[in-house]
Design a protein around this ligand. Structure first.
Ligand SMILES: Cc1cc2nc3c(=O)[nH]c(=O)nc-3n(C[C@H](O)[C@H](O)[C@H](O)COP(=O)(O)OP(=O)(O)OC[C@H]3O[C@@H](n4cnc5c(N)ncnc54)[C@H](O)[C@@H]3O)c2cc1C
Length: 463
């Protein structure tokens, strides 16, 4: 050890979902742990991701509730909305959560350094702020990912990403969002719910690539019913300031006027400038750090978890990977994270909840697939008069009778899919679903009352 060097068993780069969990659990096993954070403790999810987003989602749903209440006999005075109040309250909650993370780390005996950290060599990390060097027996890279604004089109400097959207001074009246991912769709719903005119521009043929095709079509139709202008097979080619607003020029020669232009074009892993080349940490074909089942990189004492590995970029996955890493390396319990059947939600309006295979994936992998589908008007809409429909779809392996996919678009989809996720993970069959008594009256009862397949795929027949 050279003069001024500190020694730790584990150095974690990044105090987000994966890093904090790994640091805490490793310290619990008796390891000396240091964690470096260059921005705010809690990472993307807490500071500028899932949590603040969900708070805005809640806010954006009140106007509909006020409207719907009329059908149930309420007369309300036109409610007033104050964006700065919402943002201030959201910021207060985020600060509270950040403090909770700090306390967790402190109680676990983890040393937090508020600095960017980079590799100097395979065992030495440099704290960029102080220049201090730390020698680590093991290193965990948990640096997450950052929003991309895509190619540098003219006017790109006027475009915001999901990083800035949480602290806008005012709620825009007209918003253009480019992207088709869950983040783009969620913010389209948030701003539309809050009364903005929203244009959602996506280069592909439909939003939510990778989701079941019925879900994609259904959600698009529902967004359009709520006034979101969905423009597909177009990209934004230039953003021109016009006084207090912008003219966005689209590849299809259309022009959209907006007060705010936001791009949500993916989140490349944070690998730049870490010094990974020099230490020999390999990057995978997916652009993230390549790891094995134990999250170990090409360098045996260096591991990586969470979005920086670009496996499944969700908070619970990063947390599980961080925990499994600590169990494996410091707890003597080699643990592999199972990345199959991960339930997930899109907090759009209406919400989407999915687990397991899409119909297309099932048909590509299985020789016999039965599809059970229901589309219906939710009961609440009968009195509110709202033009909306729920979609529920089960994908069943017709050979084993196992439910291999569940797709739901409607109120409470996120809550519902968490529970269905348990059944699917356990390998429940369609017969198990059918044997379960319905909860009436709910939308979810359709899960256990779908009797006839709406479509049957047989590979022999298809070939
Ligand atoms: C708008 C938005 C909404 C989202 N909504 C959801 C959702 O509803 N549900 C869900 O499950 N997921 C959601 N996600 C994804 C979720 O936030 C991420 O999957 C999760 O945060 C990944 O955790 P992580 O530990 O890999 O990285 P992060 O939480 O991003 O943490 C990485 C940390 O590393 C720090 N860092 C980076 N480089 C360095 C360095 N060299 N030195 C020191 N520190 C460094 C960063 O500042 C950051 O704090 C959302 C993301 C966004 C952007």
């Amino acid at each position: 050890m050279s003069v001024g060097e500190r020694n730790v068993d584990l150095f974690v780069i990044g105090a987000g979902s994966g890093g904090v969990r790994a640091a805490r659990i490793a310290a619990g096993y008796g390891a000396s742990v240091m964690i470096a954070e260059e921005y705010r403790v809690g990472g993307t999810c807490v500071i500028r991701g899932c949590v603040p987003k969900k708070l805005l989602v809640y806010a954006s749903r009140f106007p509909h509730e006020f409207e719907d209440a009329e059908g149930f006999g309420f007369t309300l005075q036109a409610p007033k909305f104050d964006w700065p109040t919402l943002i201030a309250n959201k910021d207060r909650e985020i600060a509270r959560l950040e403090q909770a993370y700090l306390t967790t780390l402190e109680n676990a005996g983890v040393t937090l350094v508020r600095s960017r950290a980079v590799f100097e060599d395979a065992h030495i990390l440099r704290l960029v702020d102080s220049g201090e060097r730390i020698r680590a027996a093991h290193v965990l890279i948990a640096t997450g990912a950052s929003p991309s604004l895509g190619p540098a089109i003219p006017g790109i400097e006027h475009v915001i990403s999901s990083n800035e959207v949480f602290s806008l001074a005012e709620c825009p009246r007209r918003v253009l969002i480019q992207g088709g991912s869950y983040i783009a769709v969620e913010f389209a719903s948030i701003f539309a719910g809050l009364g903005a005119h929203v244009s959602l521009i996506y280069r592909g043929e439909n939003i939510l690539r990778g989701f079941d095709d019925d879900v994609r079509q259904h959600l698009r139709a529902e967004l359009e019913k709520r006034g979101v202008h969905v423009i597909t097979e177009n990209t934004v080619s230039a953003v021109e300031p016009m006084g207090r607003h912008y003219s966005a020029h689209l590849s299809g020669a259309m022009t959209v006027t907006a007060d705010q232009v936001m791009f949500a074009l993916g989140r490349p892993p944070n690998i730049a400038g870490l010094g990974l080349d020099a230490v020999g940490v390999a990057i995978g074909r997916n652009g993230g750090i390549a790891v094995d089942d134990y999250s170990r990189t090409s360098v045996p004492h260096i591991y990586a978890v969470g979005d920086v590995t670009n496996r499944i970029n969700l908070t619970p996955v990063a947390i599980r990977e961080g925990h499994a890493f600590a169990d494996t390396v410091f707890g003597g319990k080699p643990t592999v994270v199972d990345h199959t059947n991960v339930p997930t939600a899109v907090f759009s309006e209406p919400e989407v909840g999915v687990v397991g295979l899409t119909q297309a994936q099932a048909q590509a992998r299985l020789s016999k697939v039965d599809i059970y589908k229901a589309m219906f008007r939710p009961m609440k809409a009968t009195l509110s008069g709202r033009d909306t429909a729920v979609l529920l779809k089960l994908v069943v392996d017709a050979e084993s009778d196992r439910v291999v996919g569940c797709h739901f678009v409607g109120e409470g989809a996120g809550e519902m899919i968490q529970l269905v996720g348990i059944a699917v993970k356990m390998g429940a069959t369609k017969a198990d679903f059918d044997a379960t008594m319905a909860v009436h009256p709910t939308a979810a009862e359709e899960l256990v009352t779908l009797r006839q397949p709406s479509e049957q795929f047989r590979r022999e027949a298809a070939e």
